[in-house]
Each structure stands twice: as C-alpha cells, then as structure tokens.
Design a protein around this ligand. Structure first.
Ligand SMILES: [Zn+2]
Length: 207
C-alpha cells in the first residue's frame, strides 16, 4: 500500500437517492463524485449535496462507473455547472448509446463529447493524484462493456453495477469473475456498490 505524507485523509459519503448510491470521495475539500445521478434530477442532487455539506464547486470531476441512466444521468448538467466529466477511453462509445434508453419525460440532458476529460486506465493514477486521491481506475467489464471501478489505495472499491456472481443473468460469468479477481488482486477489500449497502470484498467472487 502506498503512503503519501502530504495526502489528506479520504472521506466517503453517499448522496444517493432512488435506490442508487452516488459516492462523494473527498481528499479534504478536493472531491470526486462517483456515479452521477438520474436524468432530470439535478434539484434532488443539489439538495442532497447541500444537506451533506458538499459544495458543488469543490467537486473536481464526476466519474460514471458506466453509462446507464441511473449512473450518468446528470453528467452534462454537472458540466454546465462547471464540473468536468472524467471519461475512461473504454467508455467513449457507450456515451451516445445511453440516450436510446431514455424517455422524453426523463428530462435527460444529452452528454456531449466536448468538455470531457478523457484518459486511459493507465493514466488514472496520475490524474487522481492531481486531485489528492490515491488510487486507480480499472476496467471491470461484466455488467456492461464500459464498466470501470475506482479502487482507492486503502482498499475501498466503487464497483457500480458489477454483478454479484450469484446474480449473473445475461452477463458472461467468466468476464464477471475476471473483473472481481482483478479487483481482489489489486487490493480491493471494501465494496461500495451502485445499489445496496457497503460490504466486505469476498475473495471467492473471482473464482
Ligand atoms: Zn447498469
């Protein structure tokens, strides 16, 4: 595990709603929002951030674990409010597909490719370090091809909808298991999922 004496301690809070977790990872007042709200719900998101004492202008980036509507619905709204969207290169193709699942009543603001910060997984550690967060972003397909996980050096991992192996339906179980195996091998020990409670990482998930 890496140590950086200059790093602020990391705090994690949930500003989620409608059965979905939206995690604010903070290094002091430098913050990253992991998963980015339901479409058309910026009012609820702003209210939750305020209630949890997270000034919107302290959020340095948003990151969607994958581009499904309950995880990336407000990405463009955040961009309009001055918070850039961090996109991993394996996610770029999934962004325009998202709108095909949206109904007009959802009030979705379509995500454009302009103004995004697009990086590779290999470049993620340096970017995160630039905002005081020690960790990396890993490609963890299974639930969807564009799924990524944020793994902090303290063992906390944000997995979005990466499927529990006993819930695998249409997914390829070997792809799901390989993603869990990768996370365990890289040091993941506490899972912060996109839905449901925080839980300890189960090393048998990758078997
Ligand atoms: Zn999903």
């Amino acid at each position: 595990m890496r140590k950086n004496l200059l790093a602020e301690p990391i705090t994690i809070i949930n500003v989620g709603y409608r059965s979905t977790n939206f995690w604010v990872v903070s290094a002091g007042r430098s913050r990253l929002l992991v998963d980015v709200g339901w479409p058309g719900s910026m009012g609820t998101m702003r209210a939750n951030l305020k209630r949890m004492d997270v000034p919107l202008n302290e959020i340095r980036y948003t990151l969607a674990t994958h581009f499904h509507i309950d995880h990336a619905g407000l990405a463009q709204d955040f961009k309009r409010a001055g918070v850039p969207l961090l996109v991993i290169d394996v996610q770029v193709e999934a962004i325009p597909v998202m709108k095909t699942w949206i109904k007009p009543a959802d009030n979705y603001t379509e995500i454009t490719l302009e103004g995004n910060t697009t990086i590779s997984c290999a470049g993620s550690r340096a970017l995160l370090e630039s905002i005081g967060i020690l960790g990396e972003i890993l490609h963890t397909p299974g639930h969807s091809e564009d799924s990524v996980s944020l793994l902090l050096d303290d063992g906390s991992v944000f997995t979005g909808d990466l499927t529990q192996p006993d819930h695998v339906g249409l997914e390829d179980p070997s792809v799901v298991a390989a993603s869990w195996r990768l996370l365990w091998e890289r040091g993941a020990r506490r899972v912060y999922p996109g839905h449901g409670p925080i839980r300890p990482m189960d090393p048998t998930l990758g078997e």
